[in-house]
Design a protein around this ligand. Structure first.
Ligand SMILES: *Cc1c(COP(=O)(O)O)cnc(C)c1O
Length: 248
């Protein structure tokens, strides 16, 4: 590792300290839940933070990075094209962005409607064109579950009743692989209750698709609760990178 300019050195130290604290939190949560810590993958959500931070995180051993807007993620992924990492798309996804997202993302956490399944499958299929020399990895997809009845459509998610059919559609789509479920805890509700509902929905989904055993849940404020209810992937932004600028 070479010494960069002082500001970079300072940022690296800050990220290293945050990462160590976060890994300890995840390990404690796993121990409390009677689960091995390596059951849980940490996805570093780098939205609003620069590609330079992604680079530092990868140097520190982070392999999974998440973003929620294609407009920001696509150029950042280009800047990081030389790095060994997996990009996770975790935000609301418009069908007209599918083509861009499949160029860099290995995982989409926010599949919440049939039209998006079709758009992603088509985008993956078309992407095979020019670079088709080696067969593309299937795009891993998580079906996002809406956990509040009084739902804000901006936050995304399929109603629990629609989840089984959506999982079947992903599993049947060529180029896509159903990986499991994802959810965001509702605002203003005890996350324990919400994640308990999610765990029950995940158990039903695994009965139909046993290999699709990922459960993406838990963020800076509620990762302990999510791990207690079976999360395999936590998506963490602020605890790792710091407070985001307010205007985003
Ligand atoms: C921003 C974001 C996160 C990370 O949230 P923090 O509270 O910063 O940990 C996780 N998931 C999604 C979908 C996000 O948009």
């Amino acid at each position: 590792m070479t010494d960069g300019p002082p500001a970079e050195t300072e940022r690296r130290q800050q990220l290293a300290a945050n990462l160590a604290a976060l890994r300890a939190r995840i390990a404690d949560a796993a121990r409390a839940a009677g689960r091995p810590a390596d059951d849980i993958t940490m996805v570093a959500v780098t939205k609003t933070f620069p590609a330079a931070d992604v680079r530092l995180l990868v140097e520190l051993g982070v392999a999974d990075v998440g973003e929620n807007r294609d407009r920001e993620a696509a150029p950042k992924a280009m800047e990081c094209a030389d790095l060994e990492l997996r990009w996770h798309f975790v935000g609301q996804l418009q069908t007209n962005k599918a083509r861009s997202v499949v160029r860099y993302a290995s995982v989409v956490h926010s599949v919440d409607r049939p039209r998006l399944v079709n758009a992603l499958a088509r985008a993956v299929g078309d992407g095979g064109g020019a670079e088709a020399a080696e067969p593309a990895e299937p795009l891993r997809c998580l079906v996002q579950v809406q956990l509040d009845d009084d739902h804000d459509p901006d936050r995304g998610g399929a109603r629990p009743a629609d989840v089984p059919a959506l999982c079947d559609a992903v599993a049947a789509a060529s180029g896509l692989r159903l990986a499991g479920l994802m959810a965001v805890a509702p605002l203003g509700e005890d996350p324990t209750a919400a994640f308990a509902r999610l765990q029950a929905i995940a158990a039903e989904q695994r009965a139909n698709h046993p290999d699709a055993n990922w459960l993406s849940a838990g963020m800076t404020e509620d990762l302990e609760e999510a791990v207690a209810f079976g999360a395999t992937h936590v998506r963490v932004g602020r605890a790792l990178l710091g407070q985001r600028p307010l205007l985003r």
